[in-house]
Design a binder for this molecule. Sequence first.
Ligand SMILES: Cc1ncc(COP(=O)(O)O)c(C=O)c1O
Length: 458
Amino acid sequence: MPSIHLQTEIPGPRSREISAARQQHVAPGPFHTTPIVAAHAEGAVITDVDGNRFLDFTSGIGGTNLGHRDPTVMEAIARQAEQFVHTSINVVAYEGYVRLAERLNTLLPAAAPCKTFLANSGAEAVENAVKFARVATGRQAVIAFEHGYHGRTYMAMALTAKAHPYKSGFAPFPAEVYRAAYPDFYRWPGVAGDPGPCPGGATAGCPLERCLCREAFAAFAEMARAQIGETNVAAVIIEPVAGEGGFIPAPAPFLEMLRRWCDEHGVVLIFDEVQTGFGRTGSLLACQQLGVTPDLVVMAKGLANGLPLSAVTGRAEVIDAVGVGGVGGTYCGNPLACAAALAVLDRFDDPAVLAHARHLGVRLRERLESWATRFPRIGQTRGLGPMRAIELVTDRATKTPDKAAAQAVVRYAYEHGVILMACGTHGNVLRFLIPLTLTDDQLDESLAVVEAGLASLG
Ligand SMILES: Cc1ncc(COP(=O)(O)O)c(C=O)c1O
């Protein structure tokens, strides 16, 4: 039986009515990808207030990686709600926070011993990671990357690369933030066409005549030397796969070189795994399959499968640098969210969950690559595991971004029952943030809609 079921025009009358009220009463700032209003969600399916069923290819921007209302997570939330929902960890502690930290501390074996700080959102965790790094090193400068997205609070905004709509009008930003080129080799200077994925092997010797990882690292190191001075750098923050910036994987050899540079200069390496974490790339954290361990990892989104929770986990000596009262917040590490996150980790203890995610990633990659042979508007298909995307261009030679095409496909998709999002510095990337519990049939059903959307571009 198909998951998609549309029984009204899209948006339906109730969705239109509530959207009109939203326009009147709600700040216009939060963007809306679709005009659909949710009534119920289960697994990969969202049912709207008009009784239409959609397949969700966004997972609430990567928040519900295990699907909506995962039964194990729901049960844990219900059990915790029977006990208490809030005391504040600053006042009366609770075991869930402690046990969750204990488990997150095992995720970075190469950085052991680790400690964890919990907060509410990804941006808040990013802010705190910078605080830990600055106090631990006694330095100020933070290096972020082009295409980077780290959130909406002031430091997170400063670290974020894209001006419109994230930063425009909100200046001034915190000082001592510097930006390096991200290893985006599709758009790297002097690269014609699609260079394809990095073949790896920088440590052993890159097989390519022109090693782009080395070029990108050399550009980074020179910027740090000339513009900041290595001894002034507190932290480098990077997403292992640039998420909002366009689902661009950072090749492992580049990250290895960054790791060595941080070790050499006493700099805290922070991986922002807010979007790449919790199975999104086929491993619990992306860094686990890339073989590079950061000093601090920032997590959120899939951590509590839809409840607001974030974490900074990393080397105890860095986390311990901030004294009592230096970080925190009323709701940081809320008991319901901690219970949900412990249930999420229990779910990932079953190897079948990540195996299925990887299986979906392979099927998705094959399908997107087959589209690239058919649709000349696809400039590149890329990703890591099931975190996949296609970049749309007006023509492959000039690589001119085609944002209008991406928007048209997003619209076609929701009008035909699939909720999809674009991303990218140029807004021209279609990203697939599929629920990792999606069935093969649901994947096929959704991809047929997206394929028809691409075909409709003409
Ligand atoms: C990599 C990354 N970091 C930070 C954030 C900010 O997280 P939040 O929206 O929970 O503040 C996001 C959100 O999309 C993200 O993708």
